[in-house]
Ligand binder design. Structure first.
Ligand code: NDP
Ligand code: OXD
Length: 320
């Protein structure tokens, strides 16, 4: 039976089927009332909103909204609403998601390091060509853009494989075994430091299309892979897609893996699909899983109602 004294939850999703989420909410919060958008507009009993790409203007109409929970680690989809109310935003920080993201990063770094794209092309053309100039992981430096929850875990796991790791963040960080650079002042040294660049940045006004021709030009071309490899598992809005294609054709980049795109799903006509130097995954690096995300959110709501502080809060000013 639902307890009407407990704040009601609004679930507002775009592009994701709601059933698995409502089922998980029913399991994790049996005593709490849940409304599925588009119902609930202006409902004064709604105190919490759990969202993925909520409809712009929706949240500002809720008179008693206390907290917004993002169903992603990234919150650019929440800030895309120009009428966002000024309430705390909690984002996903989950060991389950972090682990899957690091699996993706290690998989893609190893794939480029161990010439996966070349061997798949050779197989397609039935070509037997043995490369005798094999590098070890220790010969390769991986540069991680974004040393947050995901970047730090990926850095640790890449080091276990033997890679040297450098990193870049907004504010100076200290991460074991990682040469850390920060801010605009540290960007050139960072870009000169690595052979494979892994992007785990949030999309904010400061990082919008940071992956452009100018940045690729500043990356080192002296490493064992020749031109650098780019792996973007952050957000599509971080990348200038025309510049990536031009950089591949000009040899500023040797190969890219893209999990995220400016427009998702990626247009079937996009040149990325058939480019021989491009590996595509469909925003699948680390999916948000109801089974691992909903129970901790409900626990946070219960704790908040007991007067405890919210965890994993987003900085509204920084945008992440
Ligand atoms: P965090 O907020 O924990 O870390 C973000 C990192 O980026 C921090 O190190 C931060 O610096 C750095 N950063 C932010 N702005 C700048 C800037 N202007 N210049 C340099 N560095 C900057 O985020 P997470 O690690 O949890 O997640 C990162 C992103 O990964 C998410 O925002 C999301 O977009 C993406 N993601 C993608 C998924 C997928 O399936 N493809 C799944 C999950 C997340 P500082 O340390 O100084 O704050
Ligand atoms: C996220 C995502 O931000 O899945 O968590 O992209």
């Amino acid at each position: 039976m639902s307890d009407t004294k407990k704040g009601r939850i609004l679930l507002a999703l775009t592009g994701w089927a709601p059933d698995v989420w409502t089922q998980e909410l029913a399991k994790a919060a049996p005593g709490r009332q849940v409304t599925l958008e588009p119902d609930g507009e202006t409902d004064p009993s709604i105190e919490y909103a759990i969202v993925w790409k909520q409809r712009p203007g929706l949240l500002s109409k809720l008179p008693n909204l206390k907290v917004i929970f993002s169903l992603g680690a990234g919150v650019d989809h929440v800030f895309a609403d120009p009428d966002l109310p000024d309430v705390p935003i909690v984002r996903v920080v989950s060991p389950n998601l972090t682990t899957r993201m690091s699996e993706y990063v290690v998989w893609q770094v190893l794939d480029h390091h161990r010439l996966g794209p070349r061997y798949r092309a050779q197989q397609a053309s039935r070509t037997w060509y043995e490369d005798r100039d094999q590098k070890a992981a220790a010969d390769i430096t991986v540069g991680i853009m974004g040393l947050g929850e995901l970047g730090r875990d990926a850095a640790a796991k890449l080091q276990v494989m033997g890679f040297a790791v450098t990193g870049w963040s907004r504010t100076q960080k200290q991460v074991e075994g990682v040469t850390c650079h920060a801010g605009e002042a540290g960007l050139d040294a960072f870009l000169a430091s690595a052979d494979i660049f892994v992007v785990l940045l949030p999309l904010t006004p400061d990082t919008h299309e940071i992956l452009d021709r100018d940045l690729f030009r500043r990356m080192t071309k002296r490493g064992p892979l020749g031109a650098p490899v780019l792996i973007n598992a952050g957000r599509g809005g971080l990348q200038n897609e025309a510049d990536i294609l031009a950089a591949l054709d000009e040899g500023l980049l040797s190969a890219v893996t893209l999990d995220v795109f400016q427009q998702e799903p990626l247009d079937p006509e996009s040149p990325f699909w058939s480019h021989p130097k491009v590996t595509i995954t469909p925003h699948a690096a680390a999916a948000s899983m109801p089974s691992s995300l909903i129970a901790p959110m409900v626990e946070q709501i219960d704790a908040f109602e007991r007067g405890e502080p919210l965890l994993n809060l987003v900085d509204h000013k920084a945008g992440y």
